[in-house]
Design a binder for this molecule. Structure first.
Ligand code: SF4
Length: 364
């Protein structure tokens, strides 16, 4: 892959500057941006409404894509996992998940779970990505190109985006916001704000800041525990922004946006599944309009974890049903989220980690 600058990383001002330096009218900027994001061009020669000589200048100076698909794995449940190569040999993942209507089995929505970092610095006890360590933040082009390349590969239109893949979006705040500005720009007709969810492990100051960003989207909190001791153990970030600090920022977010919150809650056997947890989770979820997604734990024993992750066990389906029913009795909307791609290492970081293990140990 060449190492020219990626055009999608240029700010509006930088693009105007380039255009001005090449003695082109200012409206070329909008023509280029529409071609990149609406038409989703693969070559500058496809921009037929700008002069050939200027197309050549673009070609000489910029790349259009910043990542390329390395591996694709299709699951029997319809989900597809993509492993991408970055320019510097790091890898990231995205997972496509089709959702069907229960009654007439019509394809209802097509969700793509995307990454914001190569690896992750947060190191949650239950997460394979955390075991990779932090490699680097993704550029906004690398965030957006996951969507464009998957749409091209699958020849489909993704309907929903979740920032829930590798990395903590709010520790790559400026590029997460830049990518959201493109994805929700009405000129490009890509996604409405209601179709995008950003999931965070709880970077409280950024949640407060996000509340006042120009186009905030839906927010999911990776909660997973209802008391600080358990949350410290599962999500080390809780030692910096504890539950009370986190909840205050969630209130800020709701006050400013009026968008209900989703709490993600992996139900672990004998850890966060007690009657006290139901009481505390109810109290948390009542602070602002919210719903709870209960999630089964994806085993990460293949990472050979040490410490807490070694002892984590998922609650079984019946235990999840009971926990969900108790929350519903307390008027908390609760669903049990289906897992996708058990046969293709679809949980966050699993495929990238297994590829990394192969690289280190020279497995094919
Ligand atoms: S769950 Fe998210 S924040 Fe935690 S280590 Fe994994 S990628 Fe990072």
């Amino acid at each position: 892959m060449s190492v020219k600058q990626n055009i999608k990383n240029l700010s509006q001002d930088d693009l105007f500057e380039f255009i001005k330096n090449h003695k082109q009218p200012a409206y070329r900027a909008e023509q280029i941006r529409l071609a990149l994001y609406k038409q989703k061009i693969e070559d500058f020669d496809e921009i037929s409404n700008i002069p050939k000589s200027f197309r050549e200048e673009l070609q000489n100076n910029f790349d259009i894509f910043s990542i390329k698909i390395k591996t694709v794995r299709e699951s029997s449940d319809g989900s597809v996992k993509f492993l991408f190569d970055l320019n510097d040999n790091n890898s990231i993942e995205a997972v496509y998940m089709p959702w069907y209507d229960n009654e007439d089995e019509k394809l209802e929505r097509q969700t793509l779970c995307i990454s914001t970092m190569a690896g992750c610095s947060v190191d949650c006890a239950f997460c394979a990505t955390g075991k990779l360590g932090f490699k680097r933040n993704l550029e906004s082009s690398e965030i957006i190109d996951q969507i464009i390349l998957v749409e091209k590969y699958l020849r489909t239109k993704i309907t929903n985006i979740v920032y829930m893949g590798m990395g903590e979006p709010f520790l790559n705040y400026s590029n997460t916001i830049k990518s959201l500005e493109i994805l929700t720009d009405p000129n490009f007709e890509l996604f409405s704000r209601k179709k995008i969810t950003v999931s965070t492990s709880g970077i409280a100051p950024r949640i407060t800041q996000f509340a006042t960003s120009p186009r905030p989207v839906k927010l999911a909190i990776s909660l997973h525990a209802t008391d600080d001791k358990t949350r410290d153990y599962l999500i080390p970030m809780n030692k910096t922004f504890n539950l009370e600090v986190l909840m205050n920022s969630v209130e800020d977010y709701y006050k400013a946006t009026k968008i209900p919150i989703t709490y993600e809650y992996i139900l672990f056997k004998d850890l966060n599944d007690t009657k006290e947890d139901i009481k505390r989770l109810t109290k948390i979820a009542r602070r602002v309009p919210s719903r709870v997604n209960l999630i089964p734990f994806n085993d990460i024993s293949f990472t050979n974890p040490i410490g807490p992750a070694n002892t984590l066990k998922s609650a079984n389906r019946q235990e999840m049903e009971v926990f969900a029913e108790e929350l519903r009795k307390n008027q908390i909307p609760t669903i049990i989220r289906e897992t996708f791609g058990g046969d293709i290492e679809a949980a966050c970081g699993q495929l990238a980690l297994s590829e990394e293990v192969k690289k280190v140990y020279n497995f094919s």
